[in-house]
Design a protein around this ligand. Structure first.
Ligand code: PLP
Length: 308
């Protein structure tokens, strides 16, 4: 039985009761940081596995440091609260877990200091974000990725997502599935909510930490699986836009997007315009791992017992 609950103001409450005031600082100025975490349903075991839960909360703690948000919970406490919430909600399908640490003060005035903070979590059922079978058609955005000197992309700041929203909507209105954003210097940064990889000559290449990317947990998963399971190293270096057009394969990674093949960029087919073999192999490995089906990576999967 599904009962939507949220963790709100230090309590588990029905989702409908988890509401913030119109005066909340974070609502007015985007002064919040968040995570997107997946709970992956394993049908054979009738059990959900949360993927890389502690790593997401490590990143949330880092984001909080950038925005001077006090998060009075250890990573272990955050993990325990999340497991309890997933189990209380009882979804028997893939879910998306959204923790938010935010400036909760009911106060106007643009700043980060002298404001109260709070923390909440809610959960929604959530299938694949892009077409993981057929792949995505992408367009280079006219919107540039916001620079570390403006709002650091390595922190998952709510307000920064206006940059992603501008790019995503432009891409959809131009008939694409997803945007690829470039940095001010013209090198490739990332998608609106995904990191990007190309495959060239059997090697994986992805933009480095200094390309204004979010240091994706799925990105790290794919780098690890490539190295450990396929003996493929990933080169982290700036990527030119034109390299995208010449890549053998291209794919995007993200908690929402999983590993999604990119089959077309700016109306040019990537490779032969279909999912490539290395992308397919990484997808196969990733989907097994994140559903708790590969014992070697069990430490990445937190089981949740869903009552029937
Ligand atoms: C802008 C951006 N880049 C990359 C990612 C991928 O990060 P992760 O794999 O940790 O979900 C996300 C998703 O959260 C994102 O929003």
């Amino acid at each position: 039985m599904v009962t939507p609950y949220a963790y709100f103001q230090k309590e588990f409450v029905p989702l409908a009761e988890a509401n913030i005031s119109v005066m909340t600082h974070a609502f007015n100025y985007g002064t919040a940081v968040f995570e997107g975490i997946r709970g992956n349903w394993n049908e054979e075991e009738k059990q959900a596995y949360i993927f890389r839960l502690a790593d997401h909360y490590r990143r949330l703690h880092q984001s909080c440091r950038v925005l001077k948000i006090e998060l009075p919970y250890s990573i272990e406490e955050l993990c325990d609260i999340t497991v309890r919430l997933v189990e209380m909600c009882g979804y028997q399908e893939d879910v998306y877990i959204r923790p938010v640490a935010y400036k909760s003060a009911k106060a106007l005035g643009v700043r980060l200091h002298d404001l109260e903070d709070d923390f909440l979590i809610f959960i929604i059922p959530f299938g694949p974000y892009l077409d993981i079978e057929k792949g995505a058609r992408c367009g280079t955005s006219s919107w540039r990725r916001i620079e570390d000197t403006s709002i650091p992309a390595r922190a998952k700041v709510n307000g920064i997502y206006v940059n992603s929203a501008l790019a995503k909507t432009e891409a959809i209105e131009h008939g694409y599935d997803e945007a690829i954003m470039l940095n001010e210097d013209g090198h490739v940064s990332e998608g609106s909510g995904e990191n990007i990889f190309i495959v060239q000559g059997g090697r994986l290449i992805t933009p480095p930490s200094w390309s204004n990317i979010l240091m994706g947990i799925t990105r790290d998963t794919v780098i690890t699986l490539g190295r450990e399971e396929l003996a493929i190293e990933t080169i982290e270096r700036p990527i030119d836009r034109s390299e995208l057009y010449l890549a053998d394969e291209c794919f995007m990674t993200g908690t929402a997007a999983h590993v999604t093949p990119v089959i077309e960029i700016d109306h040019r087919p990537v490779g032969d315009g279909k999912r490539g073999p290395i992308t397919a192999e990484l997808q196969r490995l990733y989907f097994d791992v994140m559903r708790g089906k590969n014992g070697k990576y069990a430490h990445w999967c937190t089981p949740c017992h869903i009552a029937r």
